[in-house]
Design a protein around this ligand. Structure first.
Ligand code: IMP
Ligand code: MG
Length: 443
């Protein structure tokens, strides 16, 4: 078992770093596993007890009987929540811990989903969203008056509040053909109330205050694991705007969103051995060649939520150093190192534009080209049996080429590594000796 106290897990690149597996691994030592941001735009794939489960909103700790919570700044789609719940039960897992959904969470309504598609086709800038309604519900959250919370949908005044929200939105709903005319508002509201009242009854028992519950749990010695969705470079503030999501994906965001004391947490940044990106926006180290295709296929780089192929790039140390800074990362967890076996790869160590060179990750990536170190990394392919042995024997037994790569990015980012994942399977993860070994690189 991996020993933890309180930990926040964030993605270092553009999401899909394999946070699900790392959280699943850490969950065995946690009393609570908590989602702090995003919504069902996320897809966490977990392979546990020989079964593969994809969860979109329900924290994966549920598979191990942990208490799980959905925080107050999460965009909450009750339909997806109930589907996740069903998926867990029908895969044969028993839900034995508590489930807590914050009363403040922002509820995704059918018109958010319809507007997400509509707004994407209307504007000049296409973000390539997951079309789960995230942008539109985030806009309503900022409006303060057009947001419906979990507390609203379980209240007797739900219909009244919904009607007032729809009144404010009617022109936009008509323009996007979500309703034919404002006279349809009342009938449209009835349909939503029907459906959402059903959801409300099913979730009512889970609703409460996550901030109170967690602060009190921590005060009483419980350990809490915070699970981020998406990655640092998709953060609404620090990411590659405008091609970002609508929530805070960073460690600081987690504490702000949940109302928790940052001083009580360790930050683990999950780094996939190579970056990927779905949706629009530049991926500076993008590979448009056979190597990229090979990594995409062997790494199964297709969206867990949308099925879209993920673009693949060379490792980007500049982006990782930025992520380390923004999140105050204490330790990296490296995932999918096995996918790079048998391939020659390099790493970006600076950016360049019109003769200007920088080691800072640029705000607008437009025109900036990655500068690669002259070094080529390579290690031979290994079998699953080999990787089981490596996990048993620890850091010293991993291939020299992989060690060399790890050493360079540890030194570049000034952050050690505590885990190296060599397979989607929970047990095939090298933990033994990793932190000690990589801390030595920083002496
Ligand atoms: P939205 O979050 O659906 O609004 O999408 C905004 C951007 O974030 C798009 O580029 C999406 O592809 C990306 N995105 C959102 N959620 C995820 C995720 O869980 N993994 C990877 N990319 C994501
Ligand atoms: Mg994902």
């Amino acid at each position: 078992m991996v020993c933890i106290s309180n930990v926040v897990v964030v993605g270092a690149y553009w999401g899909d770093e394999g946070k699900g597996k790392i959280i699943d691994l850490l969950a065995s030592g946690a009393d609570w596993v908590v989602r702090f941001n995003g919504g069902d735009n996320a897809g966490h794939t977990i392979v546990a007890e020989g079964k593969k489960v994809v969860l979109h909103i329900l924290p994966s700790g549920v598979l191990q009987g942990r208490n799980v919570a959905i925080g107050p700044d999460v965009f909450f789609n009750p339909e997806t929540f109930l589907k996740d719940y069903e998926a867990v039960v029908s895969s044969g897992f028993r839900i034995s811990g508590r489930i807590l959904i914050d009363e403040r969470a922002h509820v995704i309504m059918p018109y958010h989903i319809a507007l997400d598609a509509g707004l994407e086709s209307e504007g000049d800038i296409k973000i390539g969203t997951t079309k789960r309604g995230i942008g539109p519900v985030a806009r309503d959250r900022a409006s303060r008056t057009e947001d419906l919370s979990v507390a609203d949908i379980i209240s007797p005044y739900f219909r009244k509040k919904l009607l007032s929200v729809l009144a404010a939105k009617k022109d936009e709903l008509v323009r996007h053909k979500i309703i034919g005319g404002s006279e349809e508002t009342s009938g449209y509201a009835d349909g939503i109330v029907d459906k959402y009242s059903g959801y409300a009854e099913k979730i009512r028992a889970f609703v409460g205050s996550v901030s109170y519950e967690l602060n009190s749990a921590i005060a009483n010695g419980s350990s809490v694991l915070l699970e981020g969705a998406q990655g640092t470079l998709l953060d609404i503030v620090h990411g590659t705007r405008p091609f970002v999501t609508s929530s805070n994906t960073t460690a600081g965001g987690a504490f702000a969103n949940l109302g928790l004391n940052p001083k009580l947490f360790k930050v683990i940044g999950v780094v996939k051995a190579y970056p990927t990106r779905v949706g629009e926006g530049l991926l500076p180290t993008e590979l448009n060649d056979d190597l990229g295709k090979q990594i995409q296929t062997e790494g199964g780089e297709f969206g867990a939520t949308t099925g879209r192929p993920r673009r693949v790039g060379m490792p980007d140390f500049v982006a990782l150093k930025y992520s380390a800074m923004i999140n105050a990362v204490d330790e990296w967890a490296v995932t999918k190192a096995d996918v790079l076996a048998g391939k020659r790869f390099r790493a970006a160590v600076a950016y360049e534009k019109n003769g200007e060179r920088t080691e800072q990750f640029p705000f607008s990536l437009e025109g900036w080209k990655p500068v690669y170190s002259s070094k080529t990394y390579y290690f031979e392919k290994f079998t699953e049996a080999d990787s089981v042995l490596m996990a048993e024997k620890g850091f010293n037994s991993i291939p020299e080429g992989l060690k060399d790569y790890v050493k360079d990015f540890v030194q570049f980012t000034n952050v050690p590594v505590s885990m190296i994942s060599l397979s989607p399977k929970r047990e095939i993860t090298v933990v033994k000796g990793v932190l000690e070994g990589t801390k030595r690189y920083l002496e």
